[in-house]
Design a protein around this ligand. Structure first.
Ligand code: ADP
Ligand code: MG
Length: 721
């Protein structure tokens, strides 16, 4: 096996980047694989197009009478691109993307075949989704849910080694109407947020108020490891992270990767990824090296949350698919390598509409100041009231390695506003007029606000939830996660808070207050009750843990601690009241996520045992045998070789074997009263034992002769390019 390692190093060294393609003009690539509105316009009768466009823009249900024409046009376009199959793409609760492929083929009575795609199959499909975890939402007799086209997300063709497929983004719903996926709650949360936001905007006196949507721009971090190395690491292949591995002598301490040039092979890979993204209408915008060696980031320009979420899933697929083509394996795991930075996904989020623009942009008129402060205040209130929910929606087995590890925001959810904005809120709270003619009341209708710098260079990177000039950035999201869960949580808490703002404004104004006074009182109340969640200091410091506890902010360190929040009464009431998830739907999510957590750790633990037994133990024993015969042989000719190394290797091997037995015994426990109890057991018993096995194995890696070691090392995986 060591030979394989040596071969891999040679092969990687000899690798040539794929030849870069001649870059095409963006206009020539843009959305060529998407069935856009303009393509529909070109191929549909005028009245049909008008009806479809209306549906796409309002997110309603496609009129059956036009579905047939749309389906036919879509099929003609897709087959002209080489598609023989179509797929309803849906997003099960597991963070994955799922699809079922069907042929356009239709056999006629005379035995001939034609291609066919009816309006009915475009609008609704029946995947055999019974294999997806649904948290008990569907009993077996009605195990099949159905998929329905989400017209707000365009259809596209996807070209893979297996051919070209027409892909239709869909929601996945049970026959009794329950959401079985990640898209349905997202659409509901946007609608709920819009309703509440429109109420507030109307109260602020706007004559025309368009529906409000939420926007999302997600920065995706990832690692690239050469396939030759990755393929000889069962842990990377099966769990996405290294379960063993001694840190390399050099890590990321020089920061030389971050500032270095992008390696040529990676550059060609990125170009390939971006070309595919452009073809799919995904606005790739930034790319750069990240902090850790072998780590990179890709960020598209922001889009409407629902489309951004579908595109985010596509980006993860494209990254993995393209990596393969270039001889890499793309790791989206939050912590593939111990001792160096892990990967996250910063979710930039805002809300806005076509009439008032970005509602989290301070703007430059006094009126937009008040509006901005109310929306921003609503976010602050939401994050304070429902901070544990924001923690719960980023809780996964893999993200636990990152949160709270002083490289990513802590598990304590707080809001960073920046000193200027924090100051404005403080003034409002203190009731001090900055410049005012209403005695004692800061006049929000007068230009009293400073201009907030956008993207100031000294942004606080230790905060999980930061205001960044015209949006909030949720930084605790895991690199492997769907962005839907976090978006649902943010939209839902904002819907709740904006409803509260509207109710307060309503009642205060009904009691005779003018708008300015009412808005001021609302903001003051937000600050009086919720300023505890605002924190501008160092989120990595020990001190913050103490302060946060004093402020009553939760610190839910692990997924086992965080997921039960989904079962708390006040969270259940929130989702029910806002109309995003029924108690049954919410509970099913808890069940699925808890199960995923338990399974993830179980798979890892099994692999720890098998790798330690079948790869590391034999290497240690072979080395011991070589050492001991050398010692014995030398003794015969009168030379005494020190025995320390042999003793150390023997002792470490023994300790590792003992620990493997303990872990195996611990894995035999199956009688858990609740999923909560099982999760705690995985987190508090199984995981520490896995870490212990690793500790001994990594210590062995430091002793055993390199030519006995079976696994590609950190040094090879991270530095050999
Ligand atoms: P940084 O690394 O400094 O956090 P990037 O430029 O890498 O910033 O990423 C910023 C992300 O925020 C981009 O995806 C960008 O499109 C997105 N963004 C900008 N404005 C908004 C907005 N109003 N709503 C949502 N996302 C936004
Ligand atoms: Mg960022």
């Amino acid at each position: 096996t060591h030979e394989l390692r040596v071969q891999a190093v040679h092969q990687v060294t000899d690798r040539k980047p794929l030849p870069p393609k001649m870059p095409q003009r963006l206009e020539a690539l843009w959305a060529t694989d998407v069935f856009t509105l303009s393509k529909m316009q070109a191929s549909l009768p005028k009245d049909v197009f008008r009806s479809v466009k209306q549906t796409v823009q309002t997110g309603g249900k496609l009129d059956v009478s036009v579905a047939g024409a749309v389906a036919a046009a879509m099929k003609d376009w897709a087959t002209s691109k080489g598609a023989l199959y179509y797929a309803h793409v849906f997003y099960p609760m597991t963070n994955a993307t799922a699809e079922k492929h069907d042929g356009f083929i239709s056999v006629q009575s005379d035995g001939s075949v034609i291609t066919e795609f009816t309006g009915k199959v475009l609008v609704q499909g029946e995947p055999d989704g019974s294999s997806f975890p649904n948290g008990g939402l569907r009993s077996t007799f009605e195990a099949r849910g159905y998929t329905a086209w989400d017209v707000t997300s365009p259809a596209y063709v996807m070209e893979t080694d297996n051919g070209v497929t027409l892909c239709i983004p869909t929601v996945f719903i049970s026959w009794t109407g329950e959401a079985l996926d990640k898209k349905t709650p997202l659409l509901r949360s946007i609608a709920a947020m819009s309703k509440a936001a429109v109420r507030v905007l109307t109260l602020l006196g706007h004559a025309e108020v368009a529906p409000v949507n939420s926007s999302c721009g997600a920065e995706q971090e990832y690692f690239l490891v050469d396939a030759h190395f990755a393929h000889s690491r069962p842990d990377l292949l099966l769990t996405g992270r290294t379960l063993f591995g001694k840190p390399a002598a050099k890590g990321q301490q020089f920061d030389d990767h971050y500032f270095g040039a992008i390696p040529e092979r990676v550059q060609v890979f990125m170009q390939d990824v971006e070309e595919r993204m452009y073809r799919l209408g995904i606005p790739a915008k930034t790319r750069h090296n990240e902090v850790a060696p072998g780590q990179f980031e890709l960020a598209p320009f922001f889009e409407a949350a629902n489309v951004a979420s579908d595109h985010q899933q596509l980006i993860m697929t494209i990254l993995k698919m393209t990596a393969k083509k270039h001889g890499f394996v793309c790791l989206l795991h939050e912590k593939p390598f111990a001792g160096i930075n892990g990967s996250g996904k910063h979710v930039n989020w805002s809300v806005g509409n076509s009439t008032q623009g970005n509602l989290l942009d301070p703007g430059d008129t006094p009126h937009s100041n008040m509006q901005f402060l109310l929306f921003c205040g609503a976010v602050i209130r939401g994050v304070h009231k429902y901070g544990p929910l924001l923690r719960a929606v980023v809780a996964t087995a893999s993200n636990d390695h990152r949160l709270g590890a002083n490289e990513a925001p802590p598990a304590i959810i707080s809001v960073y506003l920046g000193s200027q904005l924090e100051n404005v809120f403080k003034q409002i709270s203190a009731g001090q007029p900055e410049s005012s003619d209403h005695a004692g009341v800061m006049d929000l209708g007068v230009a009293t606000l400073p201009v907030f710098p956008k993207d100031p260079g000294d942004r606080n990177r230790t905060s999980p939830f930061a205001f960044t000039g015209n949006r909030f950035e949720f930084r605790a999201v895991g690199s492997n996660q769907s962005v839907s869960g976090p978006l649902v949580a943010m939209n839902t808490i904002l819907a709740d808070s904006l409803t509260w703002v509207a109710d307060e404004l309503d009642s205060k104004m009904a009691a005779g207050a003018d708008l300015n006074t009412a808005a001021h009182a609302v903001l003051k109340e937000v600050m009086d009750k919720h300023s505890n969640v605002v924190f501008g200091g160092n989120g990595y410091s020990e001190e913050w843990h103490t302060i946060a506890a004093e402020r009553g902010l939760a610190n839910l360190r692990t997924t086992a601690d965080a997921l039960p929040v989904l079962k708390a009464d006040y969270i259940e009431e929130l989702f029910d009241r806002v109309g995003v998830l029924t108690p049954v739907e919410l509970e099913s999510r808890f069940d699925v996520y808890a199960e995923q957590y338990i399974l993830a750790i179980e798979v890892e633990a099994k692999l720890v045992i098998s790798m330690a037994k079948t790869m590391i133990y034999p290497a240690a024993v072979r080395y011991l045998s070589e050492l001991s015969s050398a010692i014995a042989n030398l003794k015969e000719i009168g030379i005494a070789l020190e025995q320390e190394t042999a003793e150390k290797v023997a002792a470490l091997t023994k300790s590792m074997t003992d620990m493997i037995s303990k872990l195996a015994a611990a894995m035999d426990k199956h009688d858990f009263a609740t999923p909560e109890e099982h999760m705690q057991y995985s987190s508090q018993t199984i995981r520490p034992l896995m870490d212990k096995v690793r500790e001994y194995a990594d210590a062995l890696e430091a002793e055993v002769a390199d030519d006995f070691w079976p696994l590609p090392t950190y040094q090879e995986m991270l530095f050999v390019k």
